[in-house]
Ligand binder design. Structure first.
Ligand SMILES: CC(C)(COP(=O)(O)OP(=O)(O)OC[C@H]1O[C@@H](n2cnc3c(N)ncnc32)[C@H](O)[C@@H]1OP(=O)(O)O)[C@@H](O)C(=O)NCCC(=O)NCCS
Length: 169
């Protein structure tokens, strides 16, 4: 698919985004992970957003940023404890247009700006190539249980460059 020339806008998560991000999360898992996880596995994964209040609290507890394309929410990403790349989800219609990269660039810059030397992600099989293309290296293969389903993922790490003194984050 052709990459859009437009760079997504970014802004912090707001509590009012919770419903939209819960729906985006479900769509992203259902469509973009369909080659790697079966229907029951994707349903179990997506059900993490069924309790919208709890999902919103999870996003608010992390440092969460939202990407905008043409004023609409196109994806979101979150950083936990300054060291874990916790979530990264893009709207299926906007996949492969640089939204995930823009969010990941921002999360890596924020973490580096806070002094984090190594960023860790438990990458889904659907996102493994994305993270590998950004220089993340696989360290551990995991199998996690969600709602009675077993899903594989891979812990990957990336050494972050120290921020340049005086640069904006
Ligand atoms: C993984 C994800 C966030 C990528 O977002 P995206 O906006 O499509 O990514 P980008 O357009 O910025 O892709 C940048 C590069 O990553 C790589 N990449 C991205 N998606 C890929 C895929 N499905 N297969 C192989 N490489 C991929 C490519 O090198 C791509 O560059 P290219 O398009 O010029 O070839 C998105 O597919 C997604 O939301 N997946 C489902 C949810 C998920 O698994 N999230 C991660 C949880 S850990």
């Amino acid at each position: 698919m052709a990459r859009s020339a437009q760079t997504p806008g970014l802004r912090p998560f707001l509590p009012a985004d919770a419903a939209m991000l819960a729906a985006l999360f479900r769509e992203s898992v259902d469509e973009l992970a369909a080659d790697d996880y079966d229907d029951a596995q994707r349903e179990a994964w997506a059900s993490k957003a069924d309790d919208q209040e709890a999902f919103g609290a999870l996003l608010a507890g992390d440092l969460t940023i939202v990407a905008l394309v043409d004023g609409e929410i196109a994806g979101f990403a979150s950083l936990k404890d300054n060291a874990d790349f916790h979530m990264l989800y893009v709207r299926p219609e906007l996949a492969r247009r640089g939204v995930g990269s823009a969010l990941a660039d921002a999360i890596e810059k924020i973490a580096a700006g806070r002094g984090t030397k190594t960023l860790t992600v438990d990458a889904s099989d659907a996102a493994r190539d994305f993270f590998a293309a950004r220089g993340y290296v696989a360290t551990t293969r995991n199998t996690i249980e969600i709602g009675g389903q077993w899903l594989g993922n891979t812990t990957m790490t990336k050494a972050l460059a120290a921020p340049v003194a005086g640069s904006a984050h």
